[in-house]
Write a protein that binds this ligand. Structure first.
Ligand SMILES: [Zn+2]
Length: 149
């Protein structure tokens, strides 16, 4: 699996607004401006979340740069892309895997259904009751298991 493919799967399977909220502990809304979490932005919100065919994207007007869910994992967690991808991939059905492979082969990047469900808070982690691996597991479990049928 090449990195580009792994990131594309992560970006489409993990809703970025929910992921940012979960990792950073403050709300993010698609279609709304926000403080860019990827640079020192505290004065005027410099970024906005968009939903497109590749998943949810954060565009930072100051940096003139786009970020996706895979970037959240690499910037704010210790999980590797491979690690996150493996967990997601193992939960996809054979049909979903085939769809991803086909779309990758044809050069087409089209989202199936972005899974909406997500666990609500990181409280157990903050309290030291969960390890980092548990947190990743719970994030992805709640994300991927949602509406596979
Ligand atoms: Zn920025």
């Amino acid at each position: 699996m090449n990195v580009r493919f792994m990131k594309a799967v992560i970006d489409r399977e993990v809703p970025m607004d929910k992921l940012l909220q979960r990792v950073l502990g403050r709300p993010f809304y698609v279609g709304s401006s926000c403080f860019c979490p990827f640079h020192d932005n505290t004065n005027t919100p410099a970024a906005k979340l968009y939903d497109d065919e590749r998943g949810i994207t954060l565009f930072c007007f100051t940096e003139q740069k786009s970020y996706r869910s895979s970037d959240v994992f690499t910037h704010f967690t210790n999980f590797s892309i491979q690690q996150v991808f493996n967990k997601i991939w193992n939960r996809l059905s054979d049909q979903e895997k085939t769809d991803y492979m086909d779309r990758m082969d044809s050069g087409e990047i089209v989202m199936s259904d972005v899974v909406k469900r997500f666990l609500d808070s990181l409280t157990p982690f903050k309290q030291g009751l969960m390890t980092y691996d548990d947190v990743l597991e719970s994030i992805l479990l709640s994300t991927i298991s949602g509406d596979s049928e």
